[in-house]
Design a binder for this molecule. Sequence first.
Ligand SMILES: [Fe+2]
Length: 140
Amino acid sequence: MPAIDWTDTYLIGVPDLDADHRRLIALVNALFAVADAGATAAAVLERVDDLMAMMSPHMEREALMMAPLSGPGGIAHREKHLAGHREFTQRVEALRARLAEGGDCTTEVESLGVFLTLLELINVDYDMVGELRREGLLKD
Ligand SMILES: [Fe+2]
């Protein structure tokens, strides 16, 4: 699987979250590299866990940032964004289950679209920043 190249188009303008996103993409690339190298399912699972160890607190942090949103746009955004987080988590859990059953690592890592979902979530974060600023919840 080709590595995902970081580009500044992923920047959302919140330095801590941007730093997390860079690290998350690096962890995805490490996972791809292990899967492509024909590593055991156990080794791939370890990389999946590394990714979730970073992603879970990142998602919690965003959920806390969005909690005070109270306008209709903000509330709608939060619902969509949290649904995206749940989808990501479900996809990772499905990947873990398939790897644990002995699925072929490269096929499983590719087929579940976990990583496209991650890039979609970064786009959703960009909208989150807009909603937070609109409600005065995020200052420069
Ligand atoms: Fe994010």
